[in-house]
Write a new protein. Sequence first.
Lengths: 325, 383, 292
Amino acid sequence: MKNLFSKKNLIWLGLLIVFFFLFQFLIDVRIITPYYRTVLYGIGIFIILGVSLNIIIGITGQLSLGHAGFMSIGAYSAAIVMQNMPDMTGLLLGMVVGAVVSILVSFVVAIPTLRLKGDYLAIATLGVGEIIRIVILNLEITNGASGISNIKNLISWPLLFVFVVGAVVLSANFKNSAIGRACISIKEDEIASEAMGIHTTKYKVIAFIFGAVLASVAGSLYATTYYVVKPETFGIATSINILIIVVFGGMGSLTGSAISAIFIGIVNMLLQSYAEVRLITYALVLIVVMIFRPQGLLGSKEFGLDKVLGFRPPSFKKSRKENSK
Amino acid sequence: MKRLFTLLAVVLVSLAALTGCGPKAAETIKIGVNLELTGEVSVYGTPEKLAFQLAVKEINAKGGIDGKQVELVVYDNAYDTAKAVENATKLATVDNVVAMLGSATSAPTLAIGPVAKQYEVLTFTPSGTNAKVTMDGDAVNPWVFRACFIDPFQGLVLANFASNTLQAKKAVVMGSSSSDYAKDLAAIFGEKFAANGGEVLTVEYYTDADTDFSAQLTTIKGLGEFDVLFVADYAARAGLIIGQARAMGIDVAIIGPDGFESPDLNDLAGGAANVSNVYFSTHFSTLSTDAKVQNFITAYTAETGEAPSALSALAYDAAYMLFAAIESAGTDPVKVRDALKATKNFAGVTGTISFDDLNNPIKSAVVVKLENGVQVEASIVNP
Amino acid sequence: MQQFLQQTINGLSIGGVYALIALGYTMVYGIIKLINFAHGDIFMFGAYVGMVAVMNFNMPIYLAFIIAMAVTALFGVIIERVAYKPLRKSTRTAALITAIGVSFLIQNGVLMIMGANIYAFPQVIPNQFFTIFGLRLNMLQLVIFATSIALMIILQFIVSKTKLGRAMRSVAVDKDAAALMGVNVDNVITITFAIGSALAAAAGIMVGLYYIKVFPFMGFTPGLKAFVAAVFGGIGIIPGAMIGGFAIGLIETYVAGYGSTLYKDAVVFVILILILLVKPSGLLGKNVKEKV
C-alpha cells in the first residue's frame, strides 16, 4: 500500500489518462470510425480474456482448454439479466451473477481436476468446456440453440477502458503478490514447491477461479457489445483462439498477452477476406512458436516502465541498494 | 513574387486534390452483402452469394438501375455474430451502401438487426427463418426484412399436410437440439398436429454432430404403429436419418421442412431408392412450369454449373425486390426502406410476395413429394 | 429385452470404431507420453483419402482401404517428424499445444482444400441386413465389428510376438535403456505413429461407409470419445484401448436409448473426469508413482 503513490504508479496513471482521453477524442471526431470502434471493443475483450487465461496457463502452469466455458457463463448471465433490466444496472448485475456462477463452477471443477497433471488436466478442462456448452444448449433459461438476442448495447469506450485496465491491473497485482509468486513456483517445479510447504492445490484453485471470473466479466462485455449470444460462439474454437493469444504473447507475460491480443485483433481486421488462410496461418504460427520459441514472444518478462525509467525492483540485499545510488 | 507563386501553386494543388477526393458523383449503386461464406455454414451462404451475383449481372447487362451499375460489397461473417456486427457496421458507415443483403442464417441476422436500426440502413435476409429476426423486442424492427416464410408457418403447413393429405393420426418427431431451426419447427409441428386432433407419440432429439441415429430409431420402432415421421432438420442429418430409418424397416411417410432440400440428400440417405415416400415443404420447385422460374433455373445453372436450391431462389428474389425498391425510391437508404416495405404482389420465382406488418412476406409454400430421390409432385399451399 | 439387445448391437458397432481410434492414442502415448490431439483429425484425413480414392479414382473398396491406410500412415509419420520430434525434450505443455496446433491445421487445411460441403461416402458395400431372433443386423455393422477385431488381433500379435513389438514395448518402458540396448528409438516411434495412423484411417473409412457423412470436423467428437476410451481402459495399454472403446460405445448408446439423447456427449466427458479422479491409470492400468 505504501507504494501506491510511487513515482512509477503515478507515471502509469498519467499515461493511462492521456491514452483514455486521446482515444475518446479520436472516437468523437470520427477518426476512429464506428467500424474501428467495434473492432476496438473486440480487442479489449480479448485482452481481458488473454490476461485471464495467462494467469492460469502462464503463471500457474495449468493448461486449461475450456476457458470459453467461463466466458459463456458471463455472457449468458448478462444476457438473461438484461432481458428484464436493459440498462447499466442490469449489465453490472449480470456481471456479478456471472462472476458468482463462475466462481462456483470453477471451484467445483477445479478441486477434482487440478489434482491431475499436464495432459490429463488439459483434456479434462476441454471436457468441462464442452459440458458447459452442452448444458447451456439444453437449458430453458438460456433459450437453447436459439441463443438470446436483442441484448441492449451498452458498451462504450469508457466502460471498456475501465474493465480492461482493471483486469490487467488486478492480474498484475495477482502476479506480483505472494499468491502469484506461489503460483509461479508451482509452474516452475510443482514437486519442489510442495516440498517447500506450498499448498499447491489451494493456489492452483485460486488462480483458476481468478482466471474464470475475469473471463466471465469479458463474456458479459461481449454480450452487450454484439447483441446476440449463442452456444456455438463459446466452443473449442474460441478457447483455442484465446490460447493462441497467450502462447504468442508469452506464457507468463501479461503485457505480452495484451500486445498479442491487439496484434491479432488488427491482423484479423486486415485479413477479413481471407478467413481460411488466416486460420491455417494461426495454426502454423502456434506450431512454429512452440518449436522455436516455446516461451512465446515476450517469455515471462513484462514490458513495463521499470527498465525505461531506470528503476530497479526492490531488493532484499541492503548493500545492493546502497551501491546503486 | 516567389512567395506569391508558391502560395498560388499550393492553393491550386490543394484545390485539385480536393476535387479529386471529394465526394464522387455516385457512379455505382453499392449494395452490401454480409453472408456466411466460410466454415460449415457456408453451404447456405455461398449459394445465396452466387444468386445475388447473378441478379446483379443480369440487371447490369440491362443498363443497371436508373442508368447506374450495381456493385456488390461482399463480406464474410463465417457464422460469427461478432463479425456479422463488424461487417454490418463497416457496410453502413464506411462503404455507405444503399442497403444490405444477408445473412443466410438467423443468428448473424439477429445481430445485424440492431446495427441496421442504429445506422438506418436496411438489411434483407433471404432465408433467416427465426421469428425474432424482424423483431426489436416486442415491436417490429423496421430495418429488417426477410424473403422467406417463417418457421411457424412451415410448421403449420406440414402439420396440416400430415393431418389432411396424409390422413395421419399418430406422428413421431425427431429434431436436432443444437439448432433453433430444428427445435422451433419440432415444437410448432407438435402443437399444430395436436390441434388437428393428432397424437405425437414422442419427440427424439440428437445433436448436429451426430451421424448415428440407431439409438433413437430403435426407440421409435419400439413404440408401435405410427403414420408419419417428421424430421425437423437440415439435409445433413435428415438424409442420414431417412437412410437409417429405411434400413431399420421404418416405412412410413417421412416429412420435413425446407432444410431437406440439398443435392446431397440422396447420397446421405444411402441411395436414391431410399428416398421414397418423402415429403418436404419448400419455397420453390424445379417442377414449376412458370416461365420466370424456368428462366432462373437455366440462367443459374449456366452461371454456376449447379441447379439452384431454394436458398438461391430466395436470394434471387430478394435482390430483385431490392432493385425494384431502389428504382422507385433512389439511393437514400431511408426511402429505399419505405419503398421495399410498400412492395405489393412482387412476382418472384418463389411466389407472389407482399410484406405484412412484421416485415415478413405473405406468400405460399410448396410441398414436394420425392420418389426414388426425384421430385414427382409439387403442390402449392397458401397461407 | 429385444430393444436392449438391439441397442447393444448398435453400441458394439460404434464401439469398434472408437476402439480403433483409441488404439492409436494409446500406442502413441505409451511410447512418447504425448496425447496426440490431432489423432481424431488423422481419422478424418483417412476418411477423405478413402473417399477420394473411391470417388475420383474408382478404386475398389479393398484397394481404397489399403491406399488410405498407407497414405495416412505416411501423413502421421510426417507430422511426427516435423512437429513432434523437435519437442521430445520440451515440456508436456509445449508438446500438447503443438498437437492442438496440428489438429487445427489439419482441420482447416482439409476445409480449405475440400470445401465446407459435406460429402457422402460412396456406398460401395451393399447395405444388406438380415434378421436373427428378431434383431435386425446390418451387414456393414458386422463388417465394421469384424474388421476392428481382426485389426486388433493383428496388432496384439505384432506387439507381443514380434521383434518389432518387443522393441516398441521396451521404448514404452524406458526410452534411454532401450536405446542403450541397441533399439533404434526414432524408427520405433515412427513405426508406432504409422501403425496408429493406419488404424485411424481404417476407422475413418468404415465410418464413411456406415455413417456416410464426411466433413472436415468429423474427427473432433469421435477423437475425444476415443481418448476417453483409451484412458478408461488404461492409457498406454493396448487391450485397455479395445475394452475402453467398446465400453464407451455401449455406455453412449444406452444413455441415448434409455436416458437423454441430449446429454449423451456430456456423459462421456463426465466419465472421463470420474476416471481421472478415481483411477487415472484406467481399468487395466497400474498405478505408477512419480519419482523425483
